[in-house]
Design a protein around this ligand. Structure first.
Ligand code: GLC
Length: 592
């Protein structure tokens, strides 16, 4: 090897060593408000009833914003509060620009926005663009073929079968079950509804609809909201109606859908400039990883600020191994390139409660995951106290998806179980309402499982949650690198590291057996002892204790966040001796 080649080799090793350093450099640019925050989803019907009607409302939310402030969340997303026929509990909107009387008035929203602003909490509304209610004026007038509304929805004459009967134009079924087409004799045509028959699909092939809906965005942004969660995005466009009978649902994620999202992003960006802070677009886009990534858009045509990452819901369950978790998380982190902001969703109003999907004992560990991995954390109301699914009888079932499944199967389909009232305290209706009767029943466990009890208990999910949001303020959690690995079949761990900052290590035993693991064998840069920073409520350990990284004993479903002090060694100090060492070895091999 020539001298020149040896120098080159050393330079290469220098770059390699710098590349594998677990302590990424401090970034130059700071992050925007929405990139570091926790978004807290409120299901307004079930959060807080201020009027005694048994149904949650806007003034109830305003009254309880102090809880969000106390939790340390920075953004609140309200599921729909607009005028609605309530067939899908707000997701069937009959006036996109008004508040449903159940929730209050536009003035009540103003009150909420003022209090939120004073509390430094940003308000995000739900934008439901795919469909309106069949009680919306547009639909009523479209039914009469009144211009310009005639083609605001997707109408079709249907087909005639061999027996001469009129049948729907194709075989598409609705997401809630049953055909996606309903006949209206008033117009002698079928209309398309990918969800409930009371949720006719808007026709995005019609430029008038496109403009109407952009104006809906502008209208609420001008009222002072800071962004939107966009509902059912993949369903916006469906493609040709003359689909083969083998196609049983309308195609989703079509290219036009991505283009539409980019159009909305332009509206958001214009308003961000006008109001001097970023108005954020977060998207509900269940799909494959590639389909979802497309919604970030491109540099030339940015899409949403972030499509929700539902992997912890769709790809993981109580039977998943640590390797399944690690693979799922790493697959996602691997595609977080080109400035994409990651996010983690554990639950929402369409998914069973975390404590019921996994186990009570894993609530804290899973909150560690969703809120200490890089990026945005999303919490569904009640998950901060580990609320559980509520058993609903067939007679109590409200959700159209449950009702369509019938009395024998409604429990497999209904989303009512995760939508029952928030459990504030042990008074009437868990402090949710002064009314003993509520729109969905309060979970019977509310006397033991409620916020007030958790505030006074020595250990509670609430207290752990607050420690997590506090930890999220550190530079390591906001900006640091992340390594995720399975340490055994059931033990999952990840580290968060940043140059000149403390390191954090999360270790979760997903299994129901005690385990002893060697954390240092995987994350060799950790010291031999690390200090417990946060501990899950079911652990016998206390914060402040030090435990061994080479032989860490975890009880069944025990989870920890450890802290290790900054190694105070910057990369150049490591790299230089390493490079010299490599040069000496080369020299010895070559000449001695
Ligand atoms: C979304 C909502 C869900 C609703 C559906 C139709 O998936 O999250 O609750 O039923 O869209 O609007």
């Amino acid at each position: 090897m020539t001298v020149a080649m040896r120098i080159l080799w050393c330079l290469v090793s220098l770059v390699i060593i710098a590349g594998v350093s677990p302590y990424p450099e401090q970034p130059e640019a700071e992050l925007d408000w929405w990139q570091t925050t926790v978004f807290y989803q409120i299901y307004p019907l079930s959060f807080k009833d201020s009027s005694g009607g048994g149904v949650g409302d806007l003034l109830g939310i305003a009254e309880k914003l102090e809880h969000l402030k106390d939790l340390g969340v920075g953004g609140v997303w309200l599921s729909p509060i607009f005028k609605s026929a309530m067939a899908d509990f707000g997701y069937d909107i009959s006036d996109f620009r008004d508040i449903d009387p159940v929730f209050g008035t536009l003035a009540h929203l103003d009150v909420l926005l003022i209090i939120a602003n004073l509390s430094d909490i940003r308000v995000i509304l739900d934008f439901v663009p795919n469909h309106s209610s069949d009680e919306h004026e547009w639909f009523v007038r479209s039914l009469q073929r009144e211009e310009p509304f005639t083609n605001y929805y997707t109408w079709h004459d249907g087909r005639v079968d061999t027996a001469g009967n009129r049948i729907p134009p194709n075989n598409w079924q609705s997401v809630f079950g049953g055909p996606a087409w309903t006949w209206r004799p008033e117009r002698n045509q079928y209309y398309l509804h990918q969800f409930d028959p009371k949720q006719p699909d808007l026709n995005y092939g019609n430029p008038l609809v496109v403009e109407e809906m952009k104006n809906v965005l502008r209208y609420w942004l001008d009222k002072g909201v800071d962004g939107f969660r966009v509902d059912a995005v993949p369903h916006l466009f469906e493609g040709p109606i003359d689909a083969p009978d083998s196609e049983t649902s309308a195609p989703t994620h079509l290219p036009e859908t991505y283009e539409m999202v980019a159009e909305w992003r332009k509206v958001m960006d214009e308003k961000s400039v006008e109001y001097g802070r970023t108005k954020v677009l977060m998207l509900e886009t269940y799909g494959t990883i590639n389909q979802t990534m497309g919604y970030y858009g491109t540099d030339d045509a940015p899409g949403g600020h972030f499509p929700f990452n539902f992997r912890l819901i769709t790809d993981i369950n109580k039977l998943s191994t640590a390797e399944d978790f690690s693979r799922t998380i790493n697959e996602y982190l691997d595609v977080m390139t080109d400035g994409r902001t990651p996010n983690w969703v554990l639950g929402n109003h369409d998914q069973h409660r975390v404590a019921s999907r996994f186990s009570r004992e894993l609530v804290d560990g899973l909150n560690f995951l969703a809120h200490l991995l890089p990026g945005i954390g999303v919490t569904y109301n009640g998950e901060e106290i580990g609320m559980e699914n509520t058993l609903i009888t067939w007679e109590q079932c409200q959700d159209p998806q449950g009702i369509n499944a019938g009395p024998d199967h409604y429990l497999e389909a209904t989303r009512d179980l995760e939508r029952t009232p928030f459990q504030w305290d042990n008074s009437t209706s868990a402090g949710f309402s002064s009314n003993e009767t509520t729109w969905l029943p309060v979970n019977e466990n509310y006397k033991e499982l409620n916020l007030e009890v958790q505030k006074t208990a020595a250990k509670s999910h609430y207290k752990v949650y607050k420690q997590i949001t506090e930890l999220r303020k550190t530079r390591t959690i906001q900006l640091g690198g992340c390594q995720v690995a399975a340490l055994s079949e059931n033990v999952l761990a990840f580290t968060r590291t940043l140059e000149s900052e403390d390191t954090y290590v999360v270790v979760i035993n997903l299994g129901d057996q005690q385990e002893t693991v060697n954390v240092k064998a995987t994350f060799e840069y950790l010291p031999d002892q690390i200090t417990i920073h946060i501990v899950g409520v079911y652990s016998g350990h206390m914060a402040g204790h030090s435990l061994s990284t080479t032989s860490l004993v975890l009880n069944a479903r025990e989870s920890f966040v450890f802290r290790a002090e900054s190694p105070d060694v910057d990369d150049s100090i490591i790299i230089l001796p390493c490079s010299l060492f490599i040069m000496i070895i080369q020299f010895v091999v070559r000449y001695l």
